[in-house]
Write a protein that binds this ligand. Structure first.
Ligand code: BGC
Length: 375
């Protein structure tokens, strides 16, 4: 997308010239009375993750914590159980405890402005992790995978798999979208819908349930709150029992991620669908172990893999730059307007994984173990 550009570290430039190596690995620096930047204070990082209920966030948190602690930083890692109030009070505690750099994967990207304003009063630098934080001047950087591209890869996969360019249809599609409070969800949907909507408009794809947003902007109408598998499952149950009564079959499901795909697959299974020629094409995202197993078993067609180790490493590098007072490396200064400003971002590349890639991409790289997926 856009070229690599260097942006001046806003909060820490020139103030702290310490390198990570000089950071203290001791505990909280709150209450330090010297009024200055006590050694370790600037390398004191609060990480706020949305939930432990999804494998990816556990991996993300553990990995970033380890990288930082190995470099001598003080780290406070918290999980918010997908609750906004909990996330806000955890961030408040981190700031009170002396965190000078906050890494936040927001539960709801629209409600953190007041707590980040408090953090700014304590000179904290704020990095939005994976999900953008909206409506605040107080987010300095954003590191994520290219979210539009995630959806585009899903849409293009469906297009290719069903040869939509040459098909006449009608092919039965059921689309889903992610959690309405997650800023990423609209990017995932737009990426996919920009590929698929023309085929819906031409009648090649039809949506028997009627759950077909007329434009990218209407995505939230089919959003699944909290990315919950059980909610996706009951939504799919409803669609199947109400609109697929006369022997009609679902041919393809646009699922934005793996947690939704798992629920959708459970629903299809209980409605009698089994892997084989008539089984629908189903997309996903994250390469969660259960979904990789489903791919191997023919119950899911693909997943969009985001190697979260590279995201952790990118954020670690950003923190190193911030602490050293160096320019922070970003590669996108156009895409992510949070309603206050365009947040300097680093976008990483997602990639498609299908059955044949599981060994070479996921297992050989150490992302998952063969034994995790029954190999
Ligand atoms: C992340 C996805 C994840 C979803 C649900 C999104 O913000 O980018 O990787 O599947 O949240 O946790």
């Amino acid at each position: 997308m856009s070229k690599t550009k260097k942006i001046l570290a806003l909060a820490a430039a020139g103030v702290f010239a310490l390198t990570l190596a000089s950071c203290s690995s001791s505990g909280s620096t709150s209450g330090s009375s010297d009024g200055g930047a006590a050694a370790g204070a600037d390398c004191n990082v609060g990480i706020s993750m949305p939930t432990r209920s999804l494998e990816r966030w556990i991996n993300d948190g553990d990995q970033l914590k380890k990288l930082l602690e190995d470099a001598g930083c003080t780290v406070d890692l918290q999980y918010a159980d997908n609750k906004t109030d909990q996330q806000i009070s955890q961030i408040q505690n981190q700031v009170a405890g002396g965190s000078k750099i906050l890494v936040v994967a927001a539960v709801d990207g629209k409600v953190l402005a007041p707590v980040l304003a408090e953090a700014k009063k304590q000179d904290a630098t704020v990095i939005a992790y994976d999900r953008l934080i909206n409506g605040t001047p107080d987010v300095d950087y954003y590191a994520t995978f290219d979210n539009y591209k995630v959806g585009q890869l899903q849409g293009e996969f469906i297009e290719k798999e069903l040869d939509l360019a040459n098909a006449t249809g009608p092919i039965n599609l059921e689309p889903f979208a992610g959690s309405p409070d997650d800023n990423n969800a609209k990017f995932f949907f737009s990426g996919a819908w920009d590929v698929l909507l023309p085929y819906v408009e031409s009648g090649v794809l039809v949506v028997p349930s009627g759950q077909s947003p007329a434009s990218d902007d209407d995505w939230a109408s089919i959003g699944i709150q909290g990315w919950a598998s059980d909610k996706a499952q009951s939504e799919m149950d409803n669609r199947l029992s109400s609109f697929y009564t006369g022997g009609d079959k679902v041919d393809v499901v646009l699922s934005p991620n793996d947690s939704l795909a798992i629920g959708i697959e459970a629903s299809l299974k209980s409605a009698g669908y089994a892997p084989g020629a008539d089984y629908p094409v189903i997309t996903g995202q994250d390469a969660d172990k259960a979904n990789v197993k489903a791919i191997l078993d023919g119950e899911q067609s693909m997943t969009v893999w985001k190697d979260t180790r590279t995201l952790g490493k990118q954020v670690f590098d950003m923190i190193q730059e911030i602490v050293a007072g160096d320019d922070v490396t970003v590669n996108d200064t156009e895409t992510y307007d949070n309603g206050d400003h365009v947040v300097p971002s680093y976008l990483l590349d997602p990639e498609v994984v299908v059955k044949d890639d599981v060994q070479s991409k996921l297992i050989d790289s150490g992302f998952i173990k063969a034994s995790d997926v029954g190999l």
